[in-house]
Design a protein around this ligand. Structure first.
Ligand code: GDP
Length: 224
């Protein structure tokens, strides 16, 4: 995989940042229900079934922290996970693009997400998950627009890379990077991952650790 490269020290910082006992912190289906801003938040978004729950579980080393969904579109809540005393907070955003969801639900989702993205000063980045087998889909466009409009820093993570041959994966990464060129808030690099094999997880953890470092936050409370 042609993932961004990190030094050994950065890989270790990423490992330490995610090691330890991640816990459910809060769930919010509306703006008033959002928990107080605390620490630095990293959010994960993507179409229903993209593999978001599996990715969060793989990142945190917890088998069932985020529940893998058997009913896509089921939850319209933002779910917050924390690992005290670290100040990193992970935010699982509701999946979108499930055909059976009514228009009013889609509108409610968009309104909540837009408000969250615009008002969350401690949100450092959104990772937008895209299935490596399919690449960006028209249904992702609205979300890219929302992220651009909110001027949220975001990066694409390809999921289920184990399902794609190496050369197809390289082409998918290249095509995704090209598509991002017209999105000003998008981080140009793409990270390919597999929750199933663990591929790309050290890089994703290290990318987050690097981001926190850039924001002046040490991996405080990270387990050795
Ligand atoms: P969510 O709806 O985005 O939270 O997606 P889930 O994590 O529930 O995963 C949706 C489906 O994709 C499940 O059947 C998972 O087993 C499968 N899946 C998730 N991650 C991977 C992966 O890395 N590789 C493969 N092959 N399948 C995956």
């Amino acid at each position: 995989m042609s993932n961004p490269s990190f030094t050994r020290a950065e890989i270790e910082a990423g490992r330490r940042l995610f090691a330890g006992d991640w816990q459910f912190k809060a769930a919010a289906g509306s703006l008033p229900a959002l928990p107080a801003m605390h620490g630095i938040e990293i959010a994960f978004a993507g179409r229903s079934n993209v593999g978001k729950s599996s990715l969060i579980n793989a990142l945190t080393g917890r088998r069932a922290l985020a529940r893998t969904s058997h009913t896509p579109g089921r939850t319209q809540e933002l779910i917050f996970f924390a690992r005290p005393p670290s100040s990193l907070v992970l935010v699982d955003m509701p999946g979108y693009g499930y055909a059976a969801v009514s228009k009013s639900k889609v509108a409610a989702w968009t309104a909540l997400i837009h408000a969250f993205l615009q008002g969350r000063a401690n949100l450092a980045r959104v990772y937008l998950l895209v299935d490596a087998r399919h690449g960006l889909k028209p249904v992702d466009d609205g979300v890219l627009d929302t992220l651009d409009k909110a001027a949220a820093s975001y990066q694409i993570v390809l999921t289920k890379a184990d399902e794609v041959k190496a050369q197809d994966l390289a082409a998918r990464v290249a095509a995704t990077r090209d598509a991002l060129a017209k999105h000003p808030a998008a981080y140009p690099e793409v990270i390919a991952t597999s929750a199933r094999t663990g591929a790309g997880m050290p890089e994703l953890r290290s990318a987050i650790a690097r981001l926190l470092k850039e924001r002046g936050m040490s991996a405080k409370g990270a387990n050795a």
